[in-house]
Design a protein around this ligand. Sequence first.
Ligand code: NDP
Ligand code: OXD
Length: 308
Amino acid sequence: MTILYKSDAARGAEWARLHRERAPDIPFRVWPDAGDPKEVRYVIAWTVTPDFLAQYPNLEVLFCTGAGIDSLGLGALPPSLPVVRMIEPGLVEGMVEFVTMAVLSIHRDAYAYARQQAAGQWKALPVKTAAQTRVGVLGAGVLGRAVLGRLAAFGFPCAAWSRTRPAIDGVEGYGGEGELDAFLARTDVLVCLLPLTPDTRGFLARRALAALPRGASVVNVGRGGHLVAPDLLELLDSGHLAEAVIDVTDPEPLPAGHAFWSHPRVHLTPHIASETQIPTAVDALIANVRRHRAGEPLPGLVDRSRGY
Ligand code: NDP
Ligand code: OXD
């Protein structure tokens, strides 16, 4: 019974080293050194093709190295193959830090002051308290909830919107299409932490963005496919939106010459809001493989009908 890792080779070497230390009883190999294909029961990967998976006739579970599983191409995978996304504390903490940085930067006008500095302008803007900036998070899953917990502690009035209305202490919950407009209307900083599915692709388009109050800002840390770039740019240029913090784009890397590179109100990072942290992710994978061997439920199991 073997776990086969197929992703970045340098990271794979680190996964293998830690895995062998912590679970010497479970063989772990790094592709292309797969060993006997019949022994491969678990694959952990960021992307796969059906042809790649077909080489392993006894594959039992496909694990994703990341929290979002859209890169696996769910629709082309055997419907009966369980797919499990990454849930591990290092990845969560990275996202909490990044979104906190983005929200505080918007709230305390860090981007406006960077523009003023570039223009040689010394001009104080009103100093607001956290209570004056309402944060709304799209998606109240593992990452959304962790982010909300930290932001609420700063005193930001926080709300979350998801498919089903979330119940989170100290956070206003909104659920489904029927409660979307009310959620958007009360949101000064909108954070997207949705998974990319057929239902959420293109969600950050004019319809949603224009429903935010004038002067609102957007932080997209979900996926590039959530955002309709021309709609965002038009709303930034018209002054309806103030700032856009964009960590994910479609495609990645962002092509040279794309308007995001030079727009003064777009703040771009190359998909680094968070990253799976190998030391904690190794433990999460080992625990899930042991659960699977014991016939127990797997945290992070993707519901194939919902696509996340
Ligand atoms: P979860 O699966 O834990 O949470 C997903 C949330 O989105 C749930 O609250 C779910 O609602 C909600 N949701 C899904 N579909 C819809 C819909 N159609 N309408 C409304 N709400 C919906 O995911 P995670 O929190 O672990 O991760 C979220 C995403 O973050 C990942 O899929 C990935 O795209 C992104 N990510 C980005 C990273 C980066 O570096 N930029 C790093 C890691 C992740 P419900 O609760 O009702 O089921
Ligand atoms: C993830 C990511 O989904 O890094 O884990 O984007």
